[in-house]
Design a protein around this ligand. Structure first.
Ligand code: ATP
Ligand code: MG
Length: 482
């Protein structure tokens, strides 16, 4: 009997322990009511790291009688010794109250209402503390809160306290608040420890948080590569199985995320990670399909090389346009379409190009809303691939004057580089490599040499026609079909 009750007791204790553990890991984050508070001498964040304009906003809100904190990347990056990309502020003032304080304020967003305080090129984003959706009297009010059948928050405009706001943030390292009033850092989710442990960890139950906003999956990857951190096992675990939720993200938001992932100097690493987590397909379904196809083995190398170039330019403060990367991504889907149209229809090469362009673009737009101005540059880059291959008479000089010559030429170099990598056994340069070399020389030559180079093309052509058999163009990398 005695033994029996002891056994029962220990079983009950064990159950309590297990239940307690699962409950903890399933939903409730650490206590948000009692944050760790780091005083001025316990953290490196100081006003000299914060932009003048962000400080102005903090002071004005405080003077207006509101609480205001620097939050998110602004605090996190300073702790890591990095310069923040931008400064985000959280406050208990409502968007309308913020607007009343700043003449240079624009209210934006429906899903997530925010105030932008505009100082020339710098925009300080000010968000009102978000509250919980459950238990809220406003839960059923469509104007403030709305959730899809998949659990996605379509609207998140319920306001709350700083503690609730911290709980609604994505990762522990982003729930850090700095006050310009008492110079303290308020750490609600043990984020400081995670910053130093280099750990990306979602606040709350990962599955619920991803369902609320699937973009958090992309953000986990982006912060991991940007900050050279690891994604915590619990945060990582559900990503692959929840990846299909990405299909519900509007194309305009996907464009924003594309820019953050691929135009910030870490495109190569992000590409790899997105593919590993089955997330890349939601950006470029046609490319994903080709990547999974044996006959397109060179494609990943082409994309990686384009990304390496972009990363190099970003990291050296050179100008970049997303159009170049989009053109590289969709180059082979374009070639495939053109070839199909050539074999199935009687269209002229030019008509086939434009028909393929319209098909590839409209398909791509369903995933990412590429603004028209970038679509125009992509088209120019592709058309230039054909123009650069026709150099006789005045054509080379005309191509040189094309406003997008530089992008088209860089793209040609990229194609030639990939071809040379796959042509390593052969000592002879390919036609594309010769073409790229010709353009490299041509643009840096004086007028006389340029005239001579153009004349020599015709001669070489007629000579080569007699002596050499024309090589059949390689299906994948022949590129002058535009
Ligand atoms: P960076 O600006 O360097 O990309 P960040 O952390 O500042 O990083 P932002 O996109 O500027 O990221 O967002 C500011 C803050 O807003 C984040 O730190 C986070 O606290 C919160 N946040 C942004 N997006 C989400 C989201 N999808 N879910 C929950 N919280 C978010
Ligand atoms: Mg930010």
């Amino acid at each position: 009997m005695k033994l029996g009750s002891t056994v029962i007791k220990s079983v009950i204790n064990l159950c309590k322990k297990v239940l307690g553990k699962t409950r903890k890991s399933q939903s409730k984050p650490p206590s948000f009511e009692q944050p760790n508070i780091l005083s001025r001498d316990q953290h490196p964040v100081s006003r000299k790291h914060i932009s003048h304009n962000a400080l102005k906003v903090l002071y004005r809100l405080n003077k207006g009688g509101y609480d205001a904190y620097l939050v998110g990347g602004g605090v996190r990056d300073i702790l890591l010794g990095l310069a923040p990309k931008d400064f985000d502020i959280a406050t208990n003032a409502t968007p309308e109250q913020i607007k009343a304080l700043f003449r240079n304020c624009r209210l934006i967003g429906r899903r997530f209402r925010l105030a932008h305080i505009v100082f020339g090129r710098e925009i300080i984003e000010v968000a009102t503390f978000r509250g919980h959706h459950e238990n809220s009297e406003e839960k059923n009010c469509q104007k403030t809160s709305k959730q899809s059948e998949h659990g996605m928050l379509l609207r998140d405009n319920i306001y709350g306290t700083i503690e609730e706001d911290a709980e609604r943030r994505d990762f522990t390292i982003n729930a850090l608040y700095y006050s310009a009033k008492d110079f303290k850092v308020y750490d609600f989710a043990n984020g400081v420890a995670d910053v130093y442990a280099k750990q990306i960890r979602l606040i709350g139950d990962p599955e619920t948080r991803y369902r609320e906003d699937p973009v958090r999956m992309l953000r986990a990857i982006r912060f991991a590569t940007k900050l050279d951190m690891n994604i915590h096992a619990d945060t990582k675990a559900p990503i692959k199985s929840l990846a299909p939720l990405m299909a519900n993200i509007p194309p305009a938001r996907m464009f924003e995320e594309f820019l953050k992932l691929f135009m910030s100097g870490k495109a190569g690493e992000n590409f790899q990670q997105l593919r590993d987590y089955n997330l890349f397909q939601f950006f470029f379904p046609a490319v994903e399909q080709q990547l999974n196809h044996q006959s397109h083995a060179y494609l990943a190398d082409f994309i990686k090389l384009a990304m390496k170039n972009t990363d190099h330019r970003v990291n050296n403060d050179q100008r970049v346009t997303p159009a170049f990367l989009f053109a590289a991504m969709l180059w082979y889907p374009m070639q495939e379409h053109i070839q199909r149209l050539n074999s199935e229809t009687q269209l002229t090469p030019q008509d086939a190009f434009f028909a393929a362009l319209s098909e590839v673009m409209s398909e791509q737009q369903r995933s990412i809303a590429i603004p028209k101005r970038f679509q125009a540059v992509m088209k120019d880059i592709w058309i230039l691939q054909d123009k650069l291959s026709r150099r006789e008479g005045k054509r080379a000089f005309k191509a040189l004057e094309h406003p997008k010559f530089r992008a088209g030429y860089d793209f040609l170099l990229l194609r030639a580089e990939i071809e040379s990598a796959s042509n390593q056994d052969n000592q002879q340069p390919t036609a594309l490599q010769e073409l790229a070399k010709w353009w490299s020389d041509f643009q840096h030559s004086n007028a006389d040499t340029q005239q001579f180079m153009v004349k020599s093309i015709g001669q070489n052509r007629s000579g080569s026609r007699r002596t050499r058999k024309r090589r059949k163009p390689r299906t994948q990398s022949s590129g002058s079909e535009a």
